[in-house]
Design a protein around this ligand. Structure first.
Ligand SMILES: *[C@@H]1O[C@H](CO)[C@@H](O)[C@H](O)[C@H]1NC(C)=O
Ligand SMILES: *[C@@H]1O[C@H](CO)[C@@H](O)[C@H](O)[C@H]1NC(C)=O
Ligand SMILES: *[C@@H]1O[C@H](CO)[C@@H](O)[C@H](O)[C@H]1NC(C)=O
Ligand SMILES: *[C@@H]1O[C@H](CO)[C@@H](O)[C@H](O)[C@H]1NC(C)=O
Ligand SMILES: *[C@@H]1O[C@H](CO)[C@@H](O)[C@H](O)[C@H]1NC(C)=O
Ligand SMILES: *[C@@H]1O[C@H](CO)[C@@H](O)[C@H](O)[C@H]1NC(C)=O
Length: 498
């Protein structure tokens, strides 16, 4: 959104609102000052807190009732642009600007933004209106804190290319009454064509009350306070079944569980954003991809208590670059093939990545008993610092105390490791492949990993049923990698074809 368009829109408001001078003044101050200095926004917030009716927003709830001021926000049909009545830095260029996008500010739909009042209904109302206008902008303004319960911005009947402009903060309720017997996500966008979430705002999951949920002593305390949260923990922000999705600029932090999830999405861009949770927060994946294709994730900093990026079944053409991860569990493909399921993952590139103090660096993990394949994977230009195990393939993945031994496995082939350098604290390379379905075409180029300190027990590189080639000597030498192709009599069945 350019200043030109914003300015033009503000101007439009000014003109259309001037039948009510008080309202006009309030609105004018709001928009004009807002763009100029954050301190005046703060002043606005205070004003609102002291006297919500005195600041030109007295009809706040009107939008939600379908009347009031929201009507003027519709750009269809676009009203003719009158000549600017007075010079303004925002209007100089106005007459030649593109038509302004329709903007729907949650404050105009009754949101309080005081961090205490439940603003869920106001968000729903703003969305219901924005949904009807192609290319519209739903605005969550800076300097406000909106308490929003579980919400779905669902779009089978919405127009295309809607922007969710997030500059303020959205906080999750920690009160158990909002979560019923357990929900899989907190904020969901589904079935949309062209959806952008952008801005400098924050999605704050206030997850600490969930991370400790399983500790009995904490549970009993919570029970006394009748605040028992369900066992199922929500993902903070989830996109489902959408095409052309962009997430940029925003921060998602302290999620209850996974921070950002894409399921059944196509053409996704995630960049210039931050994911932040403590390293000891349980199951807080950064970005989770499932059944999604053509995804780009770049210029993003992630710290969390689980995988920074987790790539699940049904993903292909995923490109991750220029990201940082740590603390966290690294960048992972899998676990795949759980409960004898079939998994298909292909064409994944992870490059120019910095991993710091993570459990693993780049990892592929599959459960015993699965089928399907992981193919054409490239890990390139990876810097690791104090990473426990920088390079890992684990076809015996099991997050329970023990798992049944099974012969079938998700097949792994065509995995390239290039220019992976830095320090490790446990083991440089761990390749544990299945007997029935050995890993093939595993290649290593310029892998240089140094042990850090001696206070841990260090391990040598490990390989089991791993075939491929060292294109250059490695440090330390990975002599356990077997040259060539596995002489396996494992015959690919239809069941394995992806
Ligand atoms: C309008 O804005 C653009 C971009 O800021 C600038 O390049 C152009 O010179 C401006 N035109 C006028 C007439 O001010
Ligand atoms: C994708 O979304 C962007 C931003 O909303 C839009 O500008 C672009 O036209 C969309 N592309 C397609 C192919 O729909
Ligand atoms: C990245 O996001 C920040 C915060 O939202 C913003 O100030 C900055 O302009 C963005 N940079 C780019 C290149 O988009
Ligand atoms: C990520 O961290 C680096 C280093 O601290 C910083 O320069 C960069 O701006 C950060 N990126 C984002 C999107 O915040
Ligand atoms: C993976 O990439 C190859 C080569 O670019 C392409 O032919 C193939 O269709 C891609 N696979 C998928 C599932 O998109
Ligand atoms: C699975 O096989 C391994 C290796 O033969 C063996 O050490 C392990 O005890 C077996 N586990 C179970 C649960 O049977």
């Amino acid at each position: 959104m350019s200043e030109v368009r914003r300015g033009c829109f503000g101007f439009l408001l000014l003109i259309l609102l001037c039948s009510n001078f008080d309202g006009c003044e309030g609105r004018k101050g709001w928009h004009w000052r807002h763009r100029q200095s954050p301190s005046s926004s703060l002043a606005r917030k205070k004003g609102r807190g002291n006297n919500g009716a005195g600041n030109g927003h007295s009809s706040g709830g009107g939008g939600a009732r379908g009347g009031g001021r929201s009507g003027y926000l519709s750009p269809l049909p676009p009203p003719p642009l009158p000549p600017p009545p007075s010079p303004s830095p925002y209007l100089k260029n106005g007459s030649q600007a593109a038509p302004a996008a329709a903007m729907f500010d949650v404050l105009d739909f009754g949101a309080k933004g005081d961090g205490v009042t439940d603003d869920t209904k106001a968000f729903e109302a703003a969305w219901a209106t924005a949904c009807k206008v192609g290319g519209s902008v739903m605005v969550v303004p800076a300097e406000f804190e909106f308490l929003v319960g579980p919400i779905s911005f669902s779009g089978p009947y919405c127009q295309t290319n809607i922007v969710f402009q997030l500059d303020g903060m959205i906080i999750a309720p920690t009160n158990a009454k909002y979560w019923g017997s357990g929900l899989l996500w907190w904020i969901e966008f589904s079935k949309l064509q062209g959806i952008t979430i952008q801005g400098s705002g924050v999605i704050e999951g206030r997850g600490s009350v969930w991370w400790t949920n399983n500790e009995p002593d904490v549970d009993s305390i919570k029970e006394e306070l009748s605040l028992v949260l369900p066992k199922i923990k929500p993902t903070a922000l989830r996109f489902y079944g959408s095409y052309n999705v962009t997430v940029r600029g925003i921060t998602i932090q302290n999620s209850q569980q996974c921070h950002l999830k894409f399921d059944n999405c196509e053409t996704v861009q995630v960049y210039n954003m931050t994911i932040a949770s403590p390293g000891n927060s349980l199951n807080t994946d950064g970005i989770h991809l499932q059944n999604s294709r053509d995804v780009m994730i770049h210029h993003t900093n992630m710290s969390c208590g689980d995988d920074c990026v987790s790539i699940q079944t049904g993903c292909s053409n995923i490109n991750i670059h220029s990201v940082t991860c740590g603390p966290g569990h690294g960048i992972s493909i899998g676990g795949l093939g759980r409960d004898n399921s079939k998994a298909c993952v292909s064409n994944i590139t992870v490059r120019d990545v910095n991993l710091h103090s993570t459990m693993t660096g780049v990892r592929i993990k599959t459960w015993q008993g699965g089928s399907g394949s992981v193919q054409n994977i490239r890990f390139s230009n990876i810097r690791v610092t104090e990473v426990q195990t920088p390079i890992m393939i684990d076809q015996f993945y099991c997050d329970r105390s023990s798992c049944k031994n099974q012969t079938s496995a998700v097949g792994l082939s065509g995995i390239a490791y290039e220019n992976i350098k830095g320090t490790y604290t446990v083991k440089p390379v761990h390749f544990a492949c299945s007997d029935a379905s050995p890993c093939s075409d595993i290649t290593l180029t310029q892998v240089e990993l140094q042990p850090l300190q001696e206070h841990y027990h260090m391990y040598e590189p490990f390989c089991w049923q791993t075939y491929g080639e060292l294109y250059t000597p490695t440090l330390p030498p990975v002599v356990c990698l077997q040259n060539g192709k596995p002489t396996s009599n494992h015959i690919l069945s239809d069941h394995d074809l992806c």
